[in-house]
Design a protein around this ligand. Structure first.
Ligand SMILES: [Zn+2]
Length: 314
């Protein structure tokens, strides 16, 4: 068997019968390889390892039946880049912006080691902007017409220890208020914090359109989402061998609350796990979803497309 190239992007696949949208991805911006306007020469790399340009991403999406993507900027310095990108490709790309839960404590100069042992250092933007200032910048940019969601915000008890929890909650509450004020959907990042995320949402009053991005809950959380009318957006993790509980949760949710995303460049589906991810790869996850639910791919793509329209108006 040929050895898998871990740095190579997955191959493009046959187009989905009905085009759908990757509703949460992180396209490269700023100084990242392949970012909008990047003119560096990557021709010395093997062809499958050359970072796709934005135009190449869009061409692959078209081939695979992915008709657009919402690109998420959730660290202060990269937010303008995502908006600029969405503005430049306004028919295919839209932006979601926020201060990521793991960024919130850093804006308060809280650098406690996280439960997984990760050391957190402060960057210039953390020192320059208090959490309040950073949230004000998000609120300012969120009024741009390319911004279709507030996110990702929420709670992450895997990458942030006890000292940072209050900052995360404060930031989460501010984003909930902003989403309601602007009548935008909210994309939630929930890692090892299901109960507290639900508590904060209930206490504050969830926005009309609330999405658990990269849903990682169990059947119990799926039932809560179903009761509340909260959406669950699934990434390639749905296909991971060990994730039977996630698939059980996926099956509990009603059709009309399910969305599709990649969370690229991470979380590439099982078949290509560990390789770089990109919006076009959402087509693989859409196929896996229809298999798991035992519905035809046509019907399933119609469902995903309709749900995306309900949440994002796209
Ligand atoms: Zn993300």
């Amino acid at each position: 068997m040929a050895k898998r190239n871990r740095k190579a992007y997955p191959p493009v696949c046959e187009a989905l019968p009905i085009p759908v949208i990757d509703n949460h991805t992180h396209l490269p911006v700023g100084n990242a390889p392949g970012a909008f306007g990047d003119e560096r020469d990557y021709s010395h790399r093997p062809s499958e390892e050359i970072p796709p340009s934005i135009d190449e991403h869009l061409a692959r999406m078209e081939t695979c039946g992915i008709r657009g993507a919402i690109t998420c900027g959730c660290e202060l310095p990269e937010i303008p880049g995502h908006i600029e990108l969405a503005r430049a490709y306004s028919q295919k790309l839209w932006a979601a912006i926020a201060i990521h839960p793991n960024e919130a404590p850093l804006h308060q100069c809280i650098t406690e080691k996280s439960p997984d042992g990760m050391e957190h250092g402060l960057d210039e933007h953390h020192r320059q902007y208090t959490l309040d200032d950073a949230l004000a910048v998000v609120a300012d940019h969120a009024r741009d017409s390319s911004v279709v969601a507030i996110g990702e915000t929420g709670l992450d008890y895997y990458r942030t220890g006890d000292a940072g929890k209050e900052a995360q909650k404060e930031s989460f509450r501010a984003h909930i208020a902003l989403a309601k004020e602007l009548d935008l959907p909210l994309q939630i990042h929930d890692r090892d914090a299901h109960a507290d995320v639900v508590d904060v949402l209930k206490a504050e009053g969830a926005p009309q359109r609330t999405v658990f991005h990269c849903f990682s809950g169990d059947v119990q959380l799926a039932h809560v989402c179903a009761e509340q009318g909260w959406f669950a957006s699934f990434s390639g993790t749905l296909t991971y061998k060990g994730n039977d509980d996630l698939r059980a949760a996926f099956l509990v949710l009603p059709d009309e609350l399910i969305l599709l995303e990649t969370d690229a460049p991470y979380l590439t589906p099982q078949e290509f796990r560990g390789q770089p991810n990109a919006p076009y790869v959402a087509a693989y996850t859409a196929r896996a979803m229809s298999d798991i639910r035992h519905v035809s791919l046509d019907t399933w793509c119609e469902t995903l497309s309709a749900n995306t329209h309900v949440v994002y108006g796209l």
